[in-house]
Design a protein around this ligand. Structure first.
Ligand SMILES: Cc1ncc(COP(=O)(O)O)c(C=O)c1O
Length: 373
């Protein structure tokens, strides 16, 4: 039985040629050239001044917090419903995560949920464009501006999305992207931190290179920092993917449309869609009607048995064993009704870029028949 994969990239002869060229030529005088080209092209694509390539989005969020001077005693607000990579870097800098509830339609934090988590110790808010959906950015920007705290956009999953014509990845002091192999564009593993402030960009550049000042050829490290760099081979792959970004985004839109056509008007499950036409769903996400009495674990097992891979909607971060001893998690468990209500019945459906309409047909037929049984 052919498995229907949950996620995966689209790789063509262009990507293979770019990586082959890098492996042959990105040494000696050519060392680093693909990295510079990829960073410049990515900044231009988004319309941000600076793009700093990194080994992951996680390292990007880490450096964003470090560059903003966030540390022990500080609180950072993060949505409760996201991948732990959005919140783990808060612990890396010794600060405390405060978990905000989410909106039932966008699955993202709301201005109200962020405001409810503000305290005098809040230093930053990390908003997440979950599965490619986008929160009410203008209102959240207003909340952070009024509170005098930094805004960081975790756009790991949101390349190609936009809100009122403004792309995901152009909000806040920093935005961070992931190029993990499951993402719409990939470098295998990799990430990019983008910003407009020259001083912050220089700071990140120094932090990612063991504390060497940008341009320092004397190996005269100014501080103990990190080794967070993207290789030329990854950057070459990223450049090829970026040159195909409109096509990759169109594939994601088409995939979501196939699911909506087949499942959009069913009552036993909801396919998340957005009133914002700029949203590009990285993962097609479904919510099963609790009345059916089938939770996501059971549904996933039944789909796996017929060769269909799915992923659970994220569990609230505050429910994870990783945060069992975190007092803020205990507060979030009391407060975050929406995250706790949605998580048990939500799952991501196969969203790989390799899927055909026939694959989606099969997924939808199996899903409907399991829910009808
Ligand atoms: C919302 C979100 N934030 C951050 C990350 C971290 O990305 P990376 O795996 O590149 O560190 C991911 C990756 O899956 C993610 O989905």
């Amino acid at each position: 039985m052919k498995r229907v994969p949950i996620a995966g990239p689209s790789i063509t002869a262009k990507e293979i040629a770019y990586v082959q060229d890098a492996v042959a030529n990105a040494w000696y005088d050519g060392a680093g050239a693909p990295v510079v080209r990829f960073e410049e092209a990515f900044a231009t694509y988004l319309g941000r001044r600076h793009a700093v390539s990194l080994p992951s989005c996680t390292s990007g969020l880490h450096l964003a917090l470090r560059a903003l001077g966030i540390g022990p005693g500080d609180e950072v607000i993060v949505p409760d419903l996201t991948w732990i990579a959005s919140s783990a870097p808060i612990a890396y800098v010794g600060a405390t995560p405060v978990f905000a509830d989410v909106d039932p339609d966008s699955l993202c934090a709301t201005p109200e949920s962020v405001r409810a988590c503000l305290t005098p110790r809040t230093k930053a808010v990390i908003v997440v464009d979950l599965y490619g959906a986008m929160p009410d950015m203008a209102a959240i920007e207003a909340v952070t501006r009024e509170a005098g705290v930094a805004l960081i956009e975790d756009a790991a999953e949101a390349i190609g999305s936009s809100l009122d014509g403004r792309p995901a990845g152009t909000y806040g002091a920093f935005s961070a992207f992931s190029f993990h192999g499951s993402k719409t564009m990939t470098t295998g593993e990799g990430g990019m931190l983008v910003c407009d402030d020259h001083t912050l960009a220089d700071r990140v550049d120094q932090l990612r290179d063991h504390g060497r000042r940008p341009g320092d050829r004397a190996f005269n490290n100014a501080e103990v920092a990190f080794k967070y760099k993207m290789s030329s081979l990854q950057a070459a792959l990223g450049l090829a993917q970026l040159e195909r970004i409109d096509e990759l985004v169109a594939l994601k839109r088409r995939l979501h449309g196939w699911y909506e056509d087949r499942l959009g008007d069913r009552s036993e499950l909801r396919i998340y869609a957005s009133p914002n036409p700029g949203v590009v769903w990285w993962m097609v996400t479904a919510q099963v009607d609790p009345e059916i009495g089938l939770d996501k674990d059971e549904l996933q097992d039944r789909l796996a048995a017929v060769g269909i891979d799915t992923r659970p909607l994220f569990r609230p971060l505050s429910s994870l064993p990783a945060y069992a001893d975190e007092p803020q998690a205990a507060l979030a468990r009391q407060r975050n009704d929406v995250a706790y209500r949605l998580s048990p019945y939500g799952l991501n459906l196969p969203s790989a870029l390799s899927l055909s309409e026939g694959d989606v047909d099969r997924v939808c037929q199996e899903l409907v028949s399991i829910l009808a049984a």
